[in-house]
Design a protein around this ligand. Structure first.
Ligand SMILES: CC(C)(COP(=O)(O)OP(=O)(O)OC[C@H]1O[C@@H](n2cnc3c(N)ncnc32)[C@H](O)[C@@H]1OP(=O)(O)O)[C@@H](O)C(=O)NCCC(=O)NCCS
Length: 187
């Protein structure tokens, strides 16, 4: 395997906003999404950067952006938290522990590595950088379900200590089932 030496570093909010088109391109390539979503995603990502606790990390190889991860503090005002609460309610919860979790978490909204650079430890390093020194007690993320958890995303999250909060959960407006995973911070 070719060895790569990426620079992993945080992005300020202005850096994130200016570079949003390039960062979204990495996301589209990593997820193999249609380019038609580009402009909408750029707008959503820029809006997300206004959330309290917003933190973004990038990976650079020879000045090329090859990875991006970002997140922000969870909030009862966010659509995403409403969805999680609905999911927990459907299972009879939230339990006391789940209530603590959804009251005090950092949402890992996105983590992506360009396909040419996956499997070199970049995702792992970005997650550590992103979740370093967080005030929140937990990190929560969601990832599409895949049989036997057989992809790099599940492998990465499991090896970082993420455990199940919800499984086969369907967010409103998305037909795909998702796993919602949680880890105690610090990792
Ligand atoms: C998921 C993703 C961010 C992980 O980043 P990455 O840089 O490829 O992952 P890393 O190299 O840091 O590997 C982390 C772990 O993944 C696993 N992994 C690495 N390469 C793997 C491979 N070829 N097959 C299966 N698991 C693998 C290992 O468990 C590894 O842990 P280790 O370092 O202890 O061996 C990246 O692969 C990606 O962008 N995938 C496509 C988009 C995506 O799924 N994003 C997340 C959506 S929620």
């Amino acid at each position: 395997m070719v060895s790569v030496s990426p620079i992993i570093r945080k992005l300020s909010i202005p850096e994130f906003t200016i570079n949003a088109p390039v960062l979204v391109d990495v996301y589209i390539q990593a997820m193999n999404y249609d380019k038609a979503i580009r402009d909408t995603r750029i707008e959503v990502w820029r809006r997300n950067s206004q959330n309290p606790g917003f933190t973004a990390v990038t990976a650079l190889v020879d000045d090329q952006v090859v990875g991006v991860a970002y997140g922000f503090n969870g909030s009862p005002d966010h659509w995403w938290q409403h969805q999680l609460r609905r999911g927990l309610r459907q299972l009879g919860g939230p339990t006391e522990t789940e209530f603590h979790i959804i009251s005090d978490y950092f949402e890992v909204a996105e983590v992506h590595v360009h396909p040419d650079f996956q499997g070199h430890g970049i995702g792992r390093r970005m997650m550590h950088e992103l979740l370093q020194d967080k005030a929140s007690s937990y990190a929560i993320l969601s990832t599409p379900e895949i049989e036997d958890e057989a992809n790099k995303a599940f492998s990465l999250y499991r090896s970082l200590g993420f455990t199940d909060l919800l499984r086969h959960f369907r967010f409103d407006g998305d037909q795909r089932p998702f796993a919602v995973l949680v880890a105690s911070l610090p990792l």
